[in-house]
Design a protein around this ligand. Structure first.
Ligand SMILES: Cc1cc2nc3c(=O)[nH]c(=O)nc-3n(C[C@H](O)[C@H](O)[C@H](O)COP(=O)(O)OP(=O)(O)OC[C@H]3O[C@@H](n4cnc5c(N)ncnc54)[C@H](O)[C@@H]3O)c2cc1C
Length: 400
């Protein structure tokens, strides 16, 4: 390939992972290019949950303030079987400036990250589909569909689940597809629905999550054996009726947006092959239960920026091995929690009383509730990430 540009890092993919990585690298004066095959900001809105640790970490790139001003805080998370609360997890007591889960659409998170990146002098190159990725001992290169070639010292695949960078590196993506599909719907509801709590309803037919979003909208996420491509009000109403609260009926008044997804649980066998690196969904995917996918991707991006800038300065790849050692176990843990939640949610009817008893007993133990809050918020990973994320400097001046 004949290279036309010289860069330190090329990032393939301008989703939340690629944007976080790019912003952090640009702040470290690393010469970076971000390429995406889509037209500007065309990514579909999937994630809606940003956890405390992610908000802490994003202070480094100066976007937390804008995100907090845009989203709505959910201070509690509960697991229920119809009206019965099995586990109640309060976030208020967490030792963080963000003692809640921030509810904000993925589209808004990406838009805030893009704006920040632009102020750092980096614009995403839209309509830039990467068709080929190659590497040599000294550099890596991408060839775009229009024939242009860009070269850099490293190429990062933040190009989602069907990552071309991962394929080009020959890295296996082990796992399988969930049998069920996932329904996502943003709706306006009428009835007794809290606007400061994320509720996960377990039911033999599958789970349903009801979570608040800004503007009086609620996000519904549910597993279904066979879901329609664009679920309508009657579909969402049927899900809530069959799995949600029973004592007082919740009615779907308006459908703002809906979609259906097929989801996999997979983990890349490695996060690096010499000059090619992986982050976000390119490296790990799993069920949306627990709302961890985008959070894990953003944290991959920020941590990779720190390790890459060390590698670029020292000229050796030791810190890149540390990136995989630090982040792959986190993704492994997230995948197993999501799988456990999915299994627990859908136990057969006969086993349901036993599961409920077990969860209610565990849920009455304050240490168990604290541990779950610590895990869901991501704060459990603070230690693994070293001191640069424990006491972040607020680039946007956010202190609480
Ligand atoms: C139904 C559902 C619900 C979810 N809910 C949540 C939630 O509540 N909380 C949460 O944290 N996570 C959630 N997730 C997961 C979350 O959406 C993903 O983890 C997140 O989008 C991953 O970000 P990413 O940047 O790694 O990849 P993506 O968002 O997939 O971005 C990859 C980008 O790469 C680009 N690209 C791909 N190939 C190329 C190429 N060859 N050339 C150029 N560009 C390319 C794409 O256009 C895309 O913009 C959910 C996922 C699903 C499916």
């Amino acid at each position: 390939m004949q290279a036309t540009t010289d860069l330190d890092v090329i990032i393939v993919g301008a989703g939340p992972t690629g944007l976080s990585l790019a912003a952090s690298l640009a702040q470290r004066n690393v010469r970076v290019a971000v390429l995406d095959k889509q037209a500007a900001g065309a990514n579909s809105s999937r994630a809606a949950v940003v956890h405390a640790h992610t908000l802490e970490a994003l202070e480094e790139v100066g976007v937390t303030g804008a995100m907090v001003r845009t989203g709505v805080p959910a201070t509690r998370f509960s697991i229920r079987d119809r009206d019965r609360v099995l586990v109640n997890i309060p976030f208020e007591d967490l030792p963080t400036r963000y003692a809640y889960t921030l509810m904000i659409s993925q589209a808004q998170t990406e838009s805030i990250l893009r704006e920040r990146l632009a102020t750092l002098g980096v614009d995403v190159r839209w309509n830039s589909a990467v068709a080929q990725v190659t590497q040599s001992e000294e550099s890596a290169a991408v060839k775009l569909a229009d024939g242009t070639t860009l070269q850099a010292r490293y190429v990062v695949g933040a190009d989602g689940m069907h990552s071309l960078v991962r394929e080009s590196a020959g890295i296996h993506f082990d796992g399988a597809r969930y049998e069920e599909s996932f329904v996502l719907a943003d709706v306006r509801l009428e009835g007794d629905v809290p606007d400061d709590e994320v509720i996960l309803y377990f039911s033999p037919a599958g789970m349903v999550v009801v979570a608040p979003l800004p503007g009086g909208v609620h996000r519904i996420v549910a597993t279904m054996d066979t879901a329609p491509e664009h679920p309508g009000i009657p579909d969402v109403q049927a899900l809530i009726d069959a799995r949600g609260p029973q004592r007082s009926r919740v009615t779907v008044r308006e459908l703002v947006w809906s979609s259906r997804f097929r989801v996999h649980h997979r983990l890349a066998a490695a996060y690096r092959d010499r000059r090619l690196l992986l982050a976000g969904d390119a490296a790990h995917v799993h069920s949306p239960a627990g709302g961890q996918g985008m959070n894990t991707g953003i944290l991959d991006g920020l941590r990779l920026a720190a390790h890459l800038s060390t590698a670029l300065h020292t000229g050796d790849g030791t810190s890149l091995a540390a990136y995989e050692a630090e982040r792959r176990p986190v993704a492994d843990g997230v995948i197993s929690i999501a799988n456990r939640l999915t299994r627990l949610a859908t136990v057969p009817r006969l086993a349901r009383p036993l599961r409920n008893l077990l969860l209610r007993t565990l849920g009455s133990i304050p240490a168990f509730r604290r541990r779950l809050a610590w895990r869901l918020s991501g704060l459990v990973n603070r230690q693994r990430e070293g001191s640069d994320m424990r006491a972040p400097v607020a680039a946007d001046g956010v202190t609480g």
